[in-house]
Design a protein around this ligand. Structure first.
Ligand SMILES: [Zn+2]
Ligand SMILES: [Zn+2]
Length: 239
């Protein structure tokens, strides 16, 4: 049986991508910028919504307007409310709105050597989709404290975990549990910071605790580390 493009039920990932794009446009519209609906539609279909056609994407946007209007919230002027969004769509909109309402503080982007602060900032940043891969830090400095922690970029940690979507980049298994509602994965520097590795997305992977320990302590740590460069295409070897 041939499956017609767009005939399948929308996945959560697709709905979330549509809602994110919508809320992003809404924010820009509300701040007085011009939005190009056709361009946004194409961009979505070049990425997360590759299985959908232009009119399906357009209709989904109108659908999101309908939910917002039911919630008594303003929507994008160009998308007239239409259709009945399912409960799942509404749930995702509510979640994303909630995240939108609590935007990261500029300070959350600040690099830090303190692990608890780094984690708190990365968790804040992860609440919104990070569109552009962060620049990161080519040569992380060691802080003066006796524990000699490295200054790291919270956006690198957040982005790497976001890309992993809850799946360990080492073994391909789901994160073993949730922490603060997010899949628990640890961000490991493939070339260790202590060996002058960078704090950049090209040197960082999201791993389950088992794979993370394996990288540091296992008998096969070198082979396992080498396999990461094969599996995770954004990684580059640093010398
Ligand atoms: Zn793993
Ligand atoms: Zn590590």
């Amino acid at each position: 049986m041939e499956i017609k493009k767009g005939s399948l039920r929308w996945t959560d990932v697709e709905i979330r991508a549509a809602v994110d794009a919508y809320l992003d446009m809404l924010e820009r519209e509300q701040s007085g910028q011009k939005i190009n609906k056709a361009q946004e539609n194409r961009t979505l279909r070049a990425g997360a919504l590759a299985e959908r056609n232009a009119s399906a994407v357009e209709y989904r946007m109108q659908n999101i307007s309908a939910v917002l209007s039911q919630m008594g919230r303003p929507g994008i002027v160009g998308y007239k409310p239409a259709g009945h969004a399912g409960a799942n769509v509404e749930k995702i909109i509510r979640e994303r709105l909630n995240e939108w309402d609590n935007k990261p503080n500029p300070e959350d982007f600040g690099p830090t050597a303190d692990d608890a602060t780094l984690e708190r900032r990365a968790t804040q940043l992860e609440k919104r989709t990070i569109k552009n891969p962060p620049e990161g830090i080519a040569k992380p400095q060691q802080s003066a404290s006796s524990r000699a922690m490295f200054v790291r970029d919270p956006a690198v940690r957040a982005w790497v975990r976001q890309q992993a979507q809850g799946i360990c980049e080492g073994c391909g298994e789901s994160a073993p549990f949730l922490m603060n509602g997010f899949p628990f994965l640890e961000v490991h520097h493939v070339k260790h910071l202590a060996d002058q590795g960078s704090d950049r997305i090209s040197n960082a992977v999201a791993l389950c605790p088992n794979c993370h320990r394996r990288c540091h302590h296992s008998s096969d740590r070198e082979e396992f580390t080498a396999s990461l460069y094969q599996k995770v295409l954004r990684l580059t070897r640093e010398d």
